[in-house]
Ligand binder design. Structure first.
Ligand SMILES: Cc1cc2nc3c(=O)[nH]c(=O)nc-3n(C[C@H](O)[C@H](O)[C@H](O)COP(=O)(O)OP(=O)(O)OC[C@H]3O[C@@H](n4cnc5c(N)ncnc54)[C@H](O)[C@@H]3O)c2cc1C
Length: 428
């Protein structure tokens, strides 16, 4: 079926959506225990955790459920955080870092359980993610695998360059790291499946209902949308980078990084196999990584590049150019079908921002380019904090709402982005 593109931005997942349940626009005054703002994975996971703990929840989404990064990403479900385990341990110590990483390992299992429990049709779900190295540094890679396995129990497997090049047929790659427990799925179908599950369990979801103002009224918060409002004791802001004017304290603490994806028309199976001979999802070790996987019907999903302002003039052309550097024959034979972009919400520390600004005013955001497992963990943490007074959220205090440039954020971000890119180029 084809969903009207004005609802979602046009992309492969939208074009292959199996159902299109619309939730109503908010036009009344609703009373709830908690109002969640934002219907991406951070908001939905929070809502689910609250519903499972007996809370009455209303969720308002500016567009459609999964309209943001959650419904248009690459679909690589991997443990850990955008910050990486090593820098995490450096900042907060090994023990605390282990605790936070374990949350994402559990989240990965939770996602699989939810797919089964809620009967979410988001396959094919394929285990195995391969990270390939652009650098000829085998000893360093082995050392980091050992450290990750010893310190964080990540279960990484070393792949020699012969193993890597047997499946990724390019001499640009050296050795690799294989994670058998990470997996790939169709993210929009998963997000919408979660939406259905929480709606069936009593959460009131409102689409096309942007929160435009938040006010305190007695002991309650009031979240206003253009045609209605929700009154609730607690509110959770999970708007990522799309919030546009709702709360400057959150907006000033993160910056947008735009990244790009393309899916192709079916590729000749032999040409595909001559380049990529594996069902595993693949990405490389640079910040500005290429990431790709084979979709059903021999289509190829290809992503890469990051930027802060506009799209490249022609995203598909840019993606094919990147592909050509690795797989010239494949690039000469693919026909792009649809290309799109999405914005990542990054804090300078590259960790999620989870906490409470004032009593009952929660935030759950900042998941960057690595959000599928962490949003699952973050949703549970915030839900447990609100419903049970759980204190685990305080472990995220070191990664708070530091200044990301305020109204000059984009300029600050550009500097950070250039620095990260320079590190890729200079191999540091
Ligand atoms: C191209 C791309 C590829 C990626 N690939 C991967 C990957 O393979 N693996 C991985 O783990 N992560 C990946 N990510 C990152 C991952 O998608 C995000 O970290 C994650 O989805 C963030 O979820 P979120 O709910 O915080 O934000 P979003 O999904 O962006 O949700 C925020 C929602 O809030 C809504 N909103 C904003 N303002 C308001 C308002 N005022 N009122 C109501 N609603 C509002 C928006 O409409 C939006 O739906 C990728 C991201 C992109 C863009």
């Amino acid at each position: 079926m084809t969903v009207p593109v004005e609802d979602y931005i046009d992309n492969y997942y939208v074009r292959t959506l199996a159902e299109d349940t619309h939730y109503p626009t908010l036009t009344s005054t609703e009373e709830a225990d908690v109002c969640v703002i934002g219907g991406g994975l951070a908001g939905l996971n929070t809502a689910l955790g609250l519903i499972e703990r007996g809370k009455k929840v209303a969720l308002v989404e500016a567009h459609r459920v999964g309209w943001g990064a959650s419904g248009r990403n690459a679909g690589f479900v991997a443990k850990g955080y955008a910050a990486g385990e090593v820098s995490l341990a450096k900042k907060i110590g090994l023990e605390k870092a282990q605790k936070l990483v374990n949350l994402t390992k559990n989240a990965r299992k939770t996602i699989k359980k939810r797919i089964a429990d809620f009967n979410i049709d988001c396959g094919p779900v394929i285990d195995g993610v391969l990270t390939v190295s652009f650098r000829d540094r085998v000893e360093e890679l082995k050392r980091s695998i050992n450290e990750a396995n010893d310190n964080f129990g990540l279960g990484f497997e070393f792949w020699s360059r012969e193993q890597v090049r047997a499946v990724c047929k390019t001499d640009k790659y050296y050795d690799g790291v294989f994670a058998i427990n990470d997996f790939q799925f169709n993210p929009l179908r998963y997000v919408r499946g979660l939406g259905r599950a929480i709606a069936e369990r009593g959460c009131k979801i409102f689409e096309n209902s942007p929160a435009v103002k938040i006010e305190k009224e007695g002991a309650q918060w009031v979240v206003y949308t253009p045609q209605g409002k929700v009154k609730a004791k607690d509110i959770v802001l999970s708007c990522a980078i799309y919030m546009e004017g709702l709360d400057s304290r959150l907006e000033n603490a993160a910056f947008p990084v735009q990244t790009y994806l393309m899916s192709t028309k079916p590729v000749d199976p032999q040409i595909l196999k001559n380049a990529i001979d594996t069902p595993y999802a693949i990405y490389d070790t640079r910040f500005c990584s290429d990431y790709y996987r084979i979709l059903p019907g021999n289509r190829l999903l290809w992503g890469g590049r990051v930027g802060l302002w506009a799209h490249p003039n022609d995203i598909a052309k840019a993606m094919v150019e990147d592909m050509r550097k690795l797989y010239p024959e494949l690039a000469a034979n693919v026909e792009p079908e649809v290309a799109w972009s999405g914005k990542l919400c990054y804090a300078p520390h590259k960790m999620p921002q989870i906490g409470q600004i004032e009593p009952g005013y929660w935030y759950n955001t900042g998941y960057g380019g690595h959000g599928l497992c962490p949003t699952t963990a973050g949703g549970e943490i915030v839900a447990a904090a609100i419903a049970e007074g759980d204190q685990l959220y305080k472990e995220f205090a070191p990664f708070g709402l530091g200044y990301a440039g305020g109204k000059y954020g984009r300029y600050a971000a550009q500097m950070v982005y250039w620095w990260w890119k320079l590190r890729d180029i200079m191999d540091i």
